[in-house]
Design a protein around this ligand. Structure first.
Ligand code: BYC
Length: 333
């Protein structure tokens, strides 16, 4: 895509220069509109409307924070995994989440935001991250339910994001989705083994599914009528499907997979609506969702405190890396 890089017009220009600058901006906007109409891609050096840039930065930085905070409920179980094999798999998964956070912070940096600022906003409690990570992981079966339901919901949401109009975001999503597939399978396999184990193990698996089911449906965001950002994000080819469309698709996937597990979903109102051609489920508790978003979920305070502590503990690594980089630069000069 060939667009001119016209980001802003200085105020002190002559009327002629102002007119020609305004024309350049209009041409750049027309180019951007054409790219949207052709469903093509915007790259970091291309001109883009400020609102598009801000929307991407909002979504990508929240997504990055979710990956980093999302490491906590599972990292908590690494030392208590029931076997060496389970420990190795869980460690690999948690490391993958750190990697996802890094690709996403890098994608967000291409939009002009520094990683330091994003991290400062997160630890100051000013940035959002996914509601799901404010729930506790109480038993080993939760590792199964998180992998199966939470990573399952993430895949459902993120596969369409591989086609997001912003190049760095779409490309990051391709790799993230491949890794999420492995994550979902390992969660499914944990639950399958527990469901085929002793009655106590099966009950533990069912309890974990019961607790994670509704919060995982809320990951897709508020109902379409209450989703202020969806319409514009869809017009800009960032989101491809609405929150409710993806949620319904996810329920349809889970309703089949739960049969293989020999477990049940805690919702007796799931049915396929033949007229609307979509899966329906019981109403979700959106007050609970708003409480979690407002910072009053079961683990919000604990998650942020842990993140702050990890940031402080890592100060020496950042200092050492900066000192090493400065030394390298000095030697190269
Ligand atoms: N939690 O207008 P809407 C993972 C906010 S990590 C918190 O529908 P949008 C994993 C929303 O931000 C997976 N906040 O917004 C990691 C907005 O507030 P602001 C994370 C939510 O952006 C480790 C307001 O509500 N995935 O898989 O059009 C281990 C109104 O919503 C949530 C992503 O981040 C929520 N659930 O749509 C295991 C995917 N929902 O920003 C697994 C990328 C909504 O106006 N993000 N809000 O203050 C997206 O696809 C979209 O941003 C959303 C929301 C579907 C989440």
């Amino acid at each position: 895509m060939a667009m001119q890089n016209v980001q802003s017009v200085p105020a002190e220009l002559s009327p002629e220069a102002l007119e020609s600058a305004a024309q350049l901006v209009a041409e750049a906007q027309a180019d951007f509109d054409r790219v949207m109409a052709e469903d093509s891609r915007v790259e970091p050096r291309d001109w883009m409307p400020e609102a598009y840039r801000k929307t991407l930065l909002r979504q990508i930085s929240q997504h990055a924070h979710s990956e980093i905070i999302g490491m906590q409920p599972e990292a908590n179980w690494i030392s208590r995994a029931p076997s060496l094999k389970r420990k190795a798999i869980l460690m690999a998964k948690v490391q993958d989440e750190a990697g996802h956070g890094l690709y996403l912070y890098s994608a967000a940096e291409t939009l002009g935001q520094t990683r330091d600022k994003m991290m400062a906003d997160l630890i100051a409690g000013k940035a959002r991250y996914s509601s799901i990570f404010n729930y506790p992981a109480l038993t080993w079966a939760d590792m199964g339910a998180i992998g199966w339901l939470v990573d399952g919901a993430a895949i459902c949401n993120q596969v369409p994001l591989c086609r997001a109009s912003y190049g760095p975001y779409g490309r990051a999503m391709v790799r993230v989705c491949k890794e999420e597939s492995f994550h979902q399978r390992q969660g499914f396999e944990i639950l399958l083994e527990l469901a085929n184990g002793t009655p106590e193990q099966k009950a533990m698996a069912q309890d974990a599914v019961d607790r994670w089911y509704a919060p995982s449906l809320m990951m897709f965001g508020p109902p379409d009528d209450d989703s202020p950002n969806s319409k514009q994000s869809m017009a800009w080819n960032i989101k491809r499907f609405s929150n409710d469309e993806l949620r319904s698709r996810f329920v349809g996937m889970m309703v089949e997979q739960v049969k293989v597990l020999g477990l049940t979903l805690p919702d007796d109102q799931i049915r396929f609506n033949e007229d609307a051609k979509k899966w329906e489920h019981s109403p979700l508790d959106w007050n609970e969702f708003q409480e979690v978003l407002a910072g009053r979920g079961p683990c919000n305070a604990q998650r942020l405190e842990r993140r702050r502590q990890a940031h402080d503990d890592g100060a020496w690594v950042r200092e050492a890396a900066s000192a090493y980089a400065a030394k390298q630069k000095e030697q190269a000069a």
